[in-house]
Write a protein that binds this ligand. Sequence first.
Ligand code: NAD
Ligand code: MN
Length: 468
Amino acid sequence: MNTQLNQGGIYTTFSGESFEVINPATATPFAVLNSSSAAEIDHTVNQAVEAFATWKQVTDTEIYALFSAIAADIRSQKAEIASLITQEQGKPLFLAEVEVELGAGWIEHLRDTEIPVEQYEEANGKVIRIYNKPIGVVASITPWNWPFMIAIWHLFPALKTKNCVINKPSEYTPLSTIKLIEIINHHLPAGVCSIVLGKGDTGAHLTAHPAIGKVAFTGSTRTGQAILKNSVDSLKSVVLELGGNDAAIVLEDADLDYVAEKIFGSAFLNMGQTCTAIKRLYVHEDIYDALVEKLLAMAQAQVIGSGLDSATTFGPVQNAIQYQKVKALIDDAITQGASVLTAKMEVPEHGYFIAPTIIGDLPAGTALIDQEQFGPVLPIIRFNDIQSVIAEANRSEFGLGGSVWSADIAKAEAVAQQLETGTVWINRHAEMSPNAAFCGWKMSGLGHAFGLSGLLQFTKKQAIHINP
Ligand code: NAD
Ligand code: MN
């Protein structure tokens, strides 16, 4: 396949260094793309700057119609998009379809959001109106875990607020994003929403470009720091959604059947490759054995295989580096004296498959507890004292999400208030809402996304003081 984007009229095949897209279920390449050269990135930015002069005048009514049409187009091509996601990312087809649906719904939610104008009347008769104006050209850098949905999380807030936007998808999963940009370009004027391709150097060149006014980044903390450093010279606004090491705390009165299913689902969501997956599970000692037993039964019931096979419930890890990293964390935990509680499961011979793995009896300080594993392995830790487990959960460089599980909502909320994370769920985990500000604390991020205030991060204020 080439990277010819036939709509929008701007993008032709890029001419930079080529790279392969590997299907993680087979560990073999199935597409070859060319990266964008530095000149092509600059050209793309220039086209966006030019397009912005007109796009910033678009009316809210036009945006409403455009977003409706794009969401409908995405839904009508759901099967094709989902198949691309599964081939490049690895997740089972049913989950890829969920990703497409969630993306379309997110666009419709943004479509229905109104951008407010604040107004104040002062005693002397002066009226002040404060407008939210577009920034200009936004760069979006996306990761490989939920490539289609996260691209939507960046592109549509930027477009809704009348910016132009350029995405660089992860080099591991560019195909579903290319498809998304193609669909968008059936509807938007040329240059308003575009793509550049390549690895980290492409992302660095794009985000450092002086004409980029804002960078939306989702990915690792280390890359986020590099982007922030590159923002200094032209004073770019930067929003960073970074890594996490979310703790879930299960109190002794939790309903075990309910909790087991939801916890399994959010620890192993997308084979654990979710920023807000449960990555540390703290369980009260009174129910530890009973909950572990239920989680093991769920792990053991997974059908591991290619996501394209309709029987599959559990796919591969996305790439070889991540596969090695997760394997090493499991091996290290075993070396430290921890026990693998799950029975051995068969996995396909080729591909980056790791069975869902549950690990107990971990000594304090084990890397699997302290670091972000971002894969299908869950450490479970017993506790008996709620204050010390809260301290333990907070003893992390990350502060993305957390959860408390209990039949007593007031008690759960009191624990939630003490967690040092931007999101806390009660009796759920990893559920995103377009209404809720999503904010990584500590090394998990800078700024926030979602909700009206997240949307307004794609704007700059203009206060007009009107004197009669
Ligand atoms: P990554 O940082 O390796 O890559 C993310 C993107 O940045 C890719 O497109 C990559 O090519 C690009 N990139 C790399 N170097 C760059 C540079 N110097 N300048 C600009 N761009 C550069 O992250 P990943 O491995 O793709 O994603 C996994 C990480 O993302 C995990 O830590 C996960 O927790 C995090 N994540 C966070 C959220 C969130 O919302 N907080 C959501 C999903 C994933
Ligand atoms: Mn961890």
